[in-house]
Ligand binder design. Structure first.
Ligand code: IMP
Ligand code: MG
Length: 179
């Protein structure tokens, strides 16, 4: 499938599942090597990161690794509202553990800043960020991101968990908007 239509917009193929898979495997290897002997809790930021989390977590080679899921939303349509809500769903004990926050994509960085701020209140030993995709243009290197799968341009994308008004999350490949 080279093109898809979701609501009123057309999208064209941009990153194939094979490319995503290759990047995610490399990331999982790096994280597994870096986190040896740590008590690691992976935190999936719902909804967009669910597929990335599944792909990454099965490649994590750490016997004690755990995963949990949290929710927070900042996007409506193709434009950020800038209004980040609070975190829901963190029931695990976080104190003294190494947290790896899993994001689908970092655009302005507002979401991840808010997530970090809220997680740090729970006194973890350390918090690392792993994002499948990064849009460097708006993020502008505000702070270092520990693990980045791939950098992309400013285009709006869907697929592999990412949505356009809730549509397109099921697409196995990633598509970008046709302007
Ligand atoms: P930020 O707060 O601007 O960094 O945006 C991060 C969140 O916005 C991500 O977790 C996504 O859910 C969403 N987002 C950013 N860019 C896109 C995109 O191109 N397509 C779909 N969702 C996006
Ligand atoms: Mg998201």
């Amino acid at each position: 499938m080279n093109r898809v239509k979701l609501h009123d917009k057309e999208f064209e193929i941009f990153i194939t599942y094979a490319q995503i898979n290759e990047n995610v495997k490399k990331m999982a290897l790096r994280i597994s090597n870096d986190m040896k002997n740590e008590d690691v809790l992976f935190i999936c930021i719902l909804n967009g990161s669910f597929m990335f989390t599944a792909e990454l977590f099965k490649e994590i080679d750490l016997e004690q690794a755990e995963v949990t899921f949290m929710r927070l939303s900042s996007y409506s349509g193709t434009d950020t509202t800038g209004q980040v809500k609070k975190l829901i769903g963190l029931n695990e004990s976080v104190e003294g553990r190494v947290l790896v926050v899993l994001e689908d994509i970092i655009d302005t960085g507002n979401t991840i800043v808010e997530v970090l701020k809220l997680l740090k209140e729970h006194k973890p030993k350390d918090v690392k960020i792993a994002t499948m995709l990064l849009k460097p243009e708006k993020f502008n290197n505000k702070f270092p991101i520990d693990y980045v799968g791939m950098e992309i341009g400013n285009d709006f994308i869907v697929g592999f968990g990412l949505d356009y008004d809730q549509k397109g999350r099921n697409l196995k490949d990633i598509y970008k908007i046709v302007e």
